[in-house]
Design a protein around this ligand. Structure first.
Ligand SMILES: [Zn+2]
Length: 108
């Protein structure tokens, strides 16, 4: 009979969860957003949505300074354990992306 002690399993899971929450930080933080609001976990899907924004920044220096600031601290590799984002920050981030595209078209 192979019986894994349940009490041990439980304890391990609990420890992991607590650590993750403590370590997680917003990778696209805006100073205007309350940093005490809950930080969502970075997922491969959200990472894919954020990543092209960073690439866009690299193609031109003519972008919003606030946007630049965020991108400077934007990680090159995703860490799905320690990286997270505020929902509000994420919304601002993706909004700037949209505006940035518009201004590009306007200039051309
Ligand atoms: Zn944030």
């Amino acid at each position: 009979m192979d019986e894994t002690p349940l009490s041990m399993k439980k304890r391990n899971n609990k420890n992991k969860k607590t650590n993750n929450t403590n370590q997680r930080k917003c990778i696209i933080h805006y100073s205007s957003v309350n940093s005490k609001s809950e930080i969502g976990q970075l997922t491969p899907i959200t990472w894919q949505k954020m990543k092209p924004t960073d690439d866009q920044r690299n193609t031109s220096k003519d972008c919003v300074s606030e946007f630049d600031e965020i991108c400077d601290s934007f990680p090159h590799e995703p860490n799905f354990i320690s990286h997270g984002f505020h929902r509000q920050c994420y919304m601002i981030f993706t909004n700037i992306k949209k505006n940035y595209c518009k201004s590009m078209i306007f200039k051309m």
